[in-house]
Design a protein around this ligand. Sequence first.
Ligand code: FO1
Length: 304
Amino acid sequence: MISVLSGGVGAARLLRALSGEIAPGEINAIVNVGDDLVLHGLTICPDLDTITYTLAGLNNEVLGWGLNGESWRVMEELEALGGASWFRLGDRDLATHLYRSQRIIEGATKTDVTRELCERHGVGVRVLPATNDEIATVFKTEVGRLSFQDYFVRHHYDVKVESITIQGAATASVTKETLDALRNSARIVIAPSNPLISIDPILQLGEIKDILMERREDVIAVSPIINGAALKGPADRLMRDLGYDATCVGVADFYEGLIGSFVIDERDASSASAISSRGIDVHVTTTIMQDPLDAKRLAQAVLT
Ligand code: FO1
């Protein structure tokens, strides 16, 4: 069994490739919930949904979030009413948020609801929110304090960030399912997700960092930064803003003490010696998962 600390798109692609190599039931996705929000009274969990939709083959490849074959009639009506339509919820996607929100009102946890949604969609990977408690990634920026989706969607992550706080992380409990998964996995993988806003909200929870430190030799991370740039999203810019080196070496330093192995892209092969000098085994392969064969190669590198 393996566990994969996961953000959104990059993690979803790696999980999809891994489930082509080993039985999906042998894979746990431990998922970030720091981006979650309540909007229109609905509980929305972007990373959990991106992973579930991708593993179900239902994800919207064009947008990178939400469902395929989407329509937007509810958003059009909402906009006409003057409601909040900056965060676009497609008609099909809305069913997920309605289902989750009602189940939570009935007393279900995010873990329960995610399991139910995965069963309905035939997803065999165990998709686990890292915590059922509320945590929120908050940005202190040049334009003031911003919630995650304010920063990401409203401001298109085009503002200078001074600091990031994961509100609630210090008191949130890691779920029993997540702890069991991490303790029983032969290997723990850190997906090529944003270290600061997708992985750190998981690492800041309870004993997760301690488990990784103890099991360092079994922990392998995949760099989300290739040739000094993130494939998607603000990882490189955020690393620079917050004083980290925006390279795969900077990512290895961010995970210092937590990882025994690190997968970097072929284009960063010249950084391999700098990373191995830090006592980390380095694997060089293609880490871009556009092509299914490349994704397969990366999954095999992570597993061997
Ligand atoms: N991203 C956008 O850029 N614009 C949106 O309107 C938007 C809506 C949205 C709705 C549901 C959902 O699950 C994700 C959505 N995202 C949207 C993606 C999301 O903001 C981020 O990609 C993640 O939070 C970062 O992992």
